[in-house]
Design a protein around this ligand. Structure first.
Ligand code: TMP
Length: 214
């Protein structure tokens, strides 16, 4: 049995902290778990990440939105083939900090690229692989952005861009409540962690819950 969990959210939502906490909890229970992230997670993906996020000190690096869509998906295809698929195949729980829903939120709702084109590009990269659970950390845009000191190419986007991204996430979560867990990112971290664990525990096979080994 394989389990694939992704974390999504806007800037400063706390999703990376929560993804790490979940990974630590599973590992400490003796459950094989792997934590990775997008864009990145492989040497090639890391290069793509660096180019896409831009230099925090530099003002503007122009990337055409379609190029951006393809680069995120290039990083995704590499991560899937090198890391995610082999791990899922071996029965490891895979936790990914961002996945293709980020592309729908940022390139679709944020940049305004056609959602059908995004879906086609995402499908080429994922070959239809979908997460079993998507954890969405939702936080209002301004406090989220204010948590970032040096801003990268995305964090420097106007407020309206980030508001559209947030709206996109909320719409996706609403459309598929079976797969999405919507968590208020403003509540205390421990409480967020507890909510996420409650959900993940239900997805683990019975013999794997709370035991030392698989
Ligand atoms: P982060 O992983 O540190 O949050 O940075 C990744 C940035 O890239 C973040 O601003 C969201 C953005 N992004 C997209 O625009 N599209 C995507 O498909 C992914 C995975 C990330």
């Amino acid at each position: 049995m394989s389990l694939f969990i992704t974390f999504e959210g806007g800037e400063g939502s706390g999703k990376s902290t929560q993804a790490r906490a979940l990974h630590q909890r599973l590992s400490s229970m003796g459950i094989p778990a792997l934590l990775t992230h997008e864009p990145g997670g492989t040497p090639l993906g890391h290069e793509i990440r660096r180019r896409l996020k831009g230099d925090r000190a530099n003002d503007k690096v122009d990337v055409d939105p379609l190029t951006e869509l393809l680069l995120f998906n290039a990083s995704r295809a590499q991560l899937l083939s090198e890391v995610i698929r082999p791990a899922l195949k071996s029965g490891t729980v895979v936790i990914c900090d961002r996945f293709f829903h980020s592309t729908i939120a940022y390139q679709g709702y944020g940049r305004g690229l056609d959602l059908d084109i995004i879906e086609a590009a995402n499908n080429i990269a994922t070959q239809g692989l979908r997460p079993d659970l998507v954890v969405l950390l939702d936080i209002p845009v301004e406090p989220g952005l204010s948590r970032k000191k040096l801003k990268d190419r995305f964090e420097r986007e106007e407020l309206a861009f980030h508001q559209r991204v947030r709206q996109g996430y909320l719409e996706m979560a609403k459309k598929d409540p079976q797969r999405w867990l919507l968590v208020d990112g403003s509540i205390p971290k421990m409480e967020t962690e507890r909510r996420i664990w409650e959900e993940v525990e239900q997805l683990l096979p019975r013999e794997r819950k709370g035991v030392e080994k698989w």
